[in-house]
Design a protein around this ligand. Structure first.
Ligand SMILES: NC(=O)C1=CN([C@@H]2O[C@H](COP(=O)(O)OP(=O)(O)OC[C@H]3O[C@@H](n4cnc5c(N)ncnc54)[C@H](O)[C@@H]3O)[C@@H](O)[C@H]2O)C=CC1
Ligand SMILES: O=C1[C@@H](O)[C@H](O)[C@@H](O)[C@H](O)[C@H]1O
Length: 338
């Protein structure tokens, strides 16, 4: 490895392009070495004027390019399993965007492949664990000062969904963040889920079930509810309130500038996750680069990625039937036991 960690970025769409910029301009200790995207014009545009980056149509060609020490996967979820297994086969550390693999069986194959290696190579991109507010909430809950958490009330709103967004993706792409955050905040697995369908908004594309309301049960008896509304039209809002035995704590309230003037008091609402979670992405990628350069792997594991996919898959099943669906996780390999 040269002084800088050479990163191959797979996928140069919204997240990939933002991570390329981040690796080039924000994060220290790394450089973009290669980029792969079947849309090579998009990849070239994302690379812009960065020197010494090779552009490839195929992911594996980027992994095999000169100067590549590690991989950042930002292709669509269905492409992640192949990318992770290809990185593992080459012994390359990898930061993989969520969902790790959208289907639980594929996610379990990734867990099993990493367990066979006998060492961790993957960090999964649940960036909320690096957000200052989420970290403060987690630290507070861990002190026990509020007593046991009993319920989490969560809100997840996007201005508009991308054109190819499906009703299942409200659960396995959007709510996957709340599933990971709830497991992390509460320190326990989610064991059952019910997803309800309020009437759909006229602002949602035809056929999209939006909003949805998910209710999760945890193994020690807490409840987590999530309103997810990906075509709310007005802004990006992610909120979480923990209700505990001796108090409650809430995050995600005011993020923008608040201006009082001429008889009104208005607060800006961020328009997307790249703004609301900008600092979290920066810290996430910096932590990954730092750990990787030291030969360590930290952050959310492939097991976290699998557990989230299993819960999300149960949620999609519930969305389809309206029934409560239980979650059965496979055995947790020793690699992922604390
Ligand atoms: N952590 C977060 O808050 C967010 C995470 N994401 C995740 O990031 C990933 C990418 O999402 P977006 O950038 O929004 O999608 P996008 O659709 O904007 O970009 C995906 C890019 O990947 C390319 N691609 C397709 N197959 C590929 C392959 N096999 N190898 C390499 N590139 C391939 C496409 O041509 C496209 O340019 C998804 O897993 C998504 O869930 C997306 C938004 C926010
Ligand atoms: O991960 C993300 C997107 O893929 C997802 O589609 C959005 O709903 C989330 O807010 C965003 O953080």
């Amino acid at each position: 490895m040269s002084d800088l960690l050479g990163v191959a970025v797979l996928g140069a769409g919204h997240m990939g392009a933002d991570h390329i910029r981040r690796l080039d301009q924000v994060v220290s200790g790394a450089r973009v070495a290669a980029v792969a995207d079947p849309d090579t014009a998009r990849a070239k545009e994302a690379v812009g004027g960065i020197d010494g980056v090779t552009v490839h149509a195929e992911a594996e060609a980027a992994l095999d390019a000169g100067g590549v020490d590690a991989v950042l996967v930002a292709s669509p979820g269905p492409a992640h399993e192949e990318a992770l297994l290809a990185a593992f086969a080459r012994g390359l550390p990898v930061l993989c965007e969520k969902p790790m693999v959208p289907d639980a069986a594929g996610a379990l194959r990734v867990v099993e492949a990493e367990a066979r290696l006998g060492r961790r190579l993957a960090q999964i991109g649940f960036m909320r664990r690096y957000d200052t507010e989420y970290r403060r909430l987690k630290a507070l809950l861990d002190t026990g000062r509020l007593g046991r958490p009993l319920m989490l009330h969560c809100t997840h709103r996007n201005v508009a969904s991308p054109p190819d967004f499906t009703s299942a993706m409200l659960v396995n792409s959007s709510v996957s963040h709340e599933i990971d955050a709830a497991r992390w905040l509460l320190g326990e697995e989610l064991t059952a889920v019910r997803v309800l369908r309020p009437r759909s908004s006229g602002g949602a594309p035809a056929g999209l079930v939006d909003p949805q309301f998910a209710l999760f049960e945890t193994e020690r008896g807490a409840l987590v509810d999530v309103e997810v509304f990906v075509n709310c039209g007005f802004g990006y809002q992610v909120r979480c309130e923990a209700v505990c035995e001796a108090g409650s704590a809430r995050i995600g309230e005011d993020h923008g500038l608040r201006v009082a003037r001429a008889g009104e008091d208005r607060t800006e609402v961020p328009q997307d996750y790249l703004v609301r979670f900008a600092d979290a992405y920066d810290r996430e990628v910096q932590a990954w680069v730092d750990a990787t350069r030291q030969g360590r792997v930290t952050g959310p594991t492939a097991w976290d990625g699998y557990a989230v996919s299993a819960v999300a898959e149960a949620g999609v099943g519930s969305l389809e039937t309206g029934e409560r669906v239980g979650v059965e996780l496979g055995p947790r390999p020793a690699l992922y036991r604390a």
